[in-house]
Design a protein around this ligand. Sequence first.
Ligand SMILES: C[S@@+](CC[C@H](N)C(=O)[O-])C[C@H]1O[C@@H](n2cnc3c(N)ncnc32)[C@H](O)[C@@H]1O
Length: 192
Amino acid sequence: MDLIYPQRKANMSHLQDFVDEYLKGKKDLIGIEIGSYAGESTSMLVKSGAFKTLYCIDPWQMGYDPKDCCAGNSIVFAEIFFDFKHFMNPIIKKVKAHSEEVVNRFKDNSIDFIYIDGDHRYEAAKRDLNNYVPKVKPGGIISGHDYVDPNDPTIDAKCFKRVFGVKKAVDEYFKTPPIKTYKDFSWVQIKK
Ligand SMILES: C[S@@+](CC[C@H](N)C(=O)[O-])C[C@H]1O[C@@H](n2cnc3c(N)ncnc32)[C@H](O)[C@@H]1O
């Protein structure tokens, strides 16, 4: 069974570009991934060798956003895939919860890296930024997926409409554009 939706699959190599540029050579990082689904991006992050601990926060629950293709029945299998791939890995700490429920488990300025790819609706994306950016240490990496510009003429609006809230939330939060974006629509900022 193929659980990865086509646009993401085609773009996985560009997530690898981000990993190579920002994680290669780093060691003992404490990271958080919000939205792990079947564990594909998790695998890439972990293979970098940069992490001592990577918290993977995801409720693996259907129906969080009717427009999101990851929110259907496939989420049940996605969790099984995630567990199968990662349950033996002591670096990965699976946190089966909504990101907003577990934010208080993390201390401010204690996290080296965050990748946000959970609920893509504007309010949810803004909430993840408000909740989790304070958890990242100064100099730490704040990143995520789906920084898609609705005005980009090359974007298939039908495909990407579901994630249009992310760019608005990221731009509003940081007030400056990401320091780098990638072809898979990953984005990066460094915590000041
Ligand atoms: C697009 S998928 C993540 C894909 C994964 N990062 C990858 O690239 O392979 C979005 C995931 O976010 C999760 N999600 C939805 N709402 C969430 C929330 N409030 N907190 C954490 N995760 C959430 C969904 O269950 C789903 O697995």
